[in-house]
Design a protein around this ligand. Structure first.
Ligand code: GLA
Length: 677
């Protein structure tokens, strides 16, 4: 087969959602496509949960309904993103192959009647998914409706780990290929501790239920292994499809919402990156988490346009309290994803299900039907998406990189850390939110990658930092970069072993310090730091202090209270042509403002000065820019920009007013380095 396309063949930006017509009588399909056209839908994902319908008995296929569906879609100008149903094998499969079920860490075998119950290590499962993907690709590889393949659904959710005998046998093989010898494994895992030494591969266990915590290096490898197993299954299906079809192949990620998959590795395997995102209701500023997820998705996509495969029109059904979106909120969410690089706006799902686990989940076509506010907003958004076509393919450029490494997240999430209050996700979100409020657009980056194009690199949570990544960061500073490192970073190597030379030692040159001892605070205790650079300020802090051992860094703030009172809290170190900043205590978004303003000055970055609730991102086209403004505040906000709003056609010659809760996409002259090009 010829090389894969990298974008689905759809006119303009894609708009649509998951479509599960098998839940409805045939006559409803006609109404569906009519309403899809009314809403401007041009792409739907089908077949994701259809295995039991496509292969009702082993080896007995029924493709007639799928033929009819794809023909109907095509006749109506709606393209299909054809799913492979591997996330939900039928009842007969588990009856026939009970060994292919997942076993949890306590030895309980997961039963049928849900989804995601198959063991990714089971040969029967692997054989069955290859066969099904191949059958589908053979039949539909040339169907004119099919513009993309959607393999599986959200790998790693709901279950990633499997502790069954098949998986443990694969685990041992995986370790043998990683370490070659038992000496290598014993050294990497530090098995001299608690007498865990192995002298036979068959004795190596999986980190299932243990009396107290299991070996952390073993658990870190287990996370890597689990992710590898999922990727192997993706590749099996991808290759089975590729043998017969040339449309782009994707699988839907969940950046920063599911943590079992190292998306730096996954992104290399897909033709086009797609992502699902759902607002987290307990968070009143969940749109900041949305922006983080979108920037992370664009970053793993290498800056290329990506597909928002799923988000919700209103409430989801799986959180404790499922909060409905307020009027205008869906549009703000969709436009924020677009601003951060999404060229496809899709939802779960097209028509709300009457039965089953997700009947209380919102949809494009709600239970209330077309007479509803939600439907009117869905139709309006379809019009907006159509109007965005001139911006298709434009890209987001960032001057700042935030380091994000799933291996570090996995390691930091293990048990028995110095403080339960220090969390990867919280630090990532807080640092990101500071940059978001300042309208400083960021990419996420792996600490080992080339960072030279960024003016500033921020490391909110780099607990696991390999010696080579630390050397990369040090070279970045030497060459003139500005680096900002938060506490509890550069602590361990790839085996969760403390770095030789102690905490932060691999960044000693870049930061001009190491850390002698951690000084975490008791739960709920508050502390403060006195900032002295360019004027004195007292900033609130909590959770953590360090006993910093200075090795050349200048102290810009010291702890006023807490166990580290009188010790340095925040430092700045000139190294080579650049600067390394270190924050040795926990600061919230407001307190970080003081630090970031000083860091921006070192890096030559300007915060926008817009109201903090006005989100502004620029997409850069070949000949012009598109300034995307999303107003999360209740009041109108002014934006300095000249151009035309793609959504309304309104023109502006310098000042544009974005209404409270409103959005705008201003097409403007392409500006580079302050000069028009
Ligand atoms: C995930 C799944 C969908 C659906 C939604 C509900 O994203 O991919 O099938 O279950 O959640 O929010």
């Amino acid at each position: 087969m010829t090389a894969a396309a990298s974008w689905p063949r759809v006119e303009g930006l894609a708009y649509g959602g998951d479509y599960n017509p098998e839940q409805w009588p045939r006559e409803t399909w006609d109404e569906d496509v009519r309403l899809m056209r009314e809403a401007g839908v041009n792409l739907v994902s089908v077949g994701i949960f259809s295995w039991a319908m496509l292969e009702p008995k082993e080896g007995l296929y029924d493709f007639a309904w799928m033929d009819e569906l794809l023909d109907l879609l095509h006749a109506n100008g709606i393209a299909a993103d054809l799913g492979t149903p591997s996330v939900s094998p039928p009842a007969w499969f588990f009856h026939q192959y009970p060994e292919a079920r997942v076993t949890d860490k306590n030895g309980t075998v997961m039963g049928f009647g849900s989804r995601g119950m198959a063991s990714h290590a089971a040969p029967e499962y692997r054989e069955a998914i290859a066969r099904m993907a191949g059958e589908l690709a053979q039949r539909y590889g040339s169907h004119p409706a099919v513009v993309m393949w959607h393999v599986h659904n959200e790998y790693g959710v709901p279950v990633a780990e499997d502790f069954g005998p098949r998986a443990v046998a694969s685990w041992r093989r995986w370790l043998q290929s990683r370490y070659s010898t038992l000496e290598g494994l014993n050294a990497a895992w530090g098995t001299a501790f608690w007498g865990q030494r192995y002298d036979d591969w068959e004795h190596v266990v999986a980190p299932a239920a243990t009396p107290t915590i299991a070996n952390p290096a073993m658990k870190l490898d287990w996370a890597r292994f689990t992710d590898d197993q999922l990727r192997e299954c993706f590749v099996i299906e991808r290759d089975a499809i590729r043998a017969h079809a040339s449309q782009p192949i994707t699988t839907n990620f969940m950046a920063h919402q599911s943590w079992n998959t190292d998306l730096w590795k996954w992104a290399e395997l897909v033709d086009v990156v797609s992502d699902d995102h759902y607002l987290w209701s307990p968070d009143p500023d969940a749109h900041v988490g949305l922006a983080l997820s979108a920037d992370l998705t664009r970053s793993v996509a290498g800056g290329k346009p990506w597909i928002l495969m799923e988000h919700s029109t209103s409430a989801v059904n799986w959180q404790g309290r499922n909060i409905a979106k307020r009027p205008g909120e869906m549009r703000r969410n969709a436009l924020s994803h677009f601003g951060r690089g999404a060229d496809a706006i899709m939802f779960f799902q097209w028509r709300a299900s009457r039965s089953g686990a997700e009947k209380f989940h919102s949809a494009m076509l709600p239970h209330a039907g077309t007479g509803s506010r939600l439907w009117r907003e869905v139709v309006e958004l379809g019009g907006h998406v159509e109007a965005l076509a001139p911006a298709q393919g434009s890209v987001v450029e960032a001057e700042v990189a935030v380091l994000y490494d799933w291996e570090s997240l996995w390691a930091q999430d293990l048990e028995w850390r110095p403080s339960d209050d220090v969390q990867f996700r919280e630090r990532m979100r807080t640092f990101y939110e500071r940059l978001w409020r300042d309208d400083v657009t960021v990419d996420f980056a792996h600490p080992g990658q080339d960072l030279s194009r960024y003016k500033l690199v921020v490391a909110p949570a780099s607990y696991l930092l390999t010696a080579s990544s630390a050397a990369n960061l040090t070279r970045y500073v030497e060459a003139g970069g500005t680096l900002l490192v938060n506490f509890f970073s550069a602590i361990v190597n790839e085996n969760d072993a403390v770095h030789e030379g102690g905490f932060v030692a691999p960044l000693r040159d870049a930061l001009g310090l190491t850390v002698e001892e951690f000084l975490p605070l008791r739960e709920g205790d508050a502390a403060a730091v006195r900032w002295t650079r360019g004027g004195e300020q007292v900033l609130a802090s909590d959770v953590w202090q360090d006993h910093i051992a200075l090795a050349g860094a200048e102290v810009v703030a010291e702890n006023v209270t807490g166990p580290g009172a009188g010790l340095p809290a925040i430092t700045r170190n000139e190294h080579g042509k650049g600067v390394g900043w270190y924050v040795g205590t926990r600061l919230d978004v407001d307190a970080l403002k003081t630090v970031f303003d000083a860091v921006y000055a070192d890096a030559g970055i300007e915060a926008s000065g817009n109201p903090e609730t006005l989100e502004v991102v620029t997409r850069r086209g070949a000949a012009e820019d598109f300034v995307v403004a999303v107003n999360h505040g209740a009041d109108a906000a002014r934006l300095s920009v000249a151009g035309t709003d793609l959504l309304t056609g309104a023109g502006t010659d310098g000042e544009f007013e974005v209404p409270g809760g409103g959005v705008a996409v201003i097409r403007t002259a392409h500006v580079s380095g302050g000069e028009e090009v």
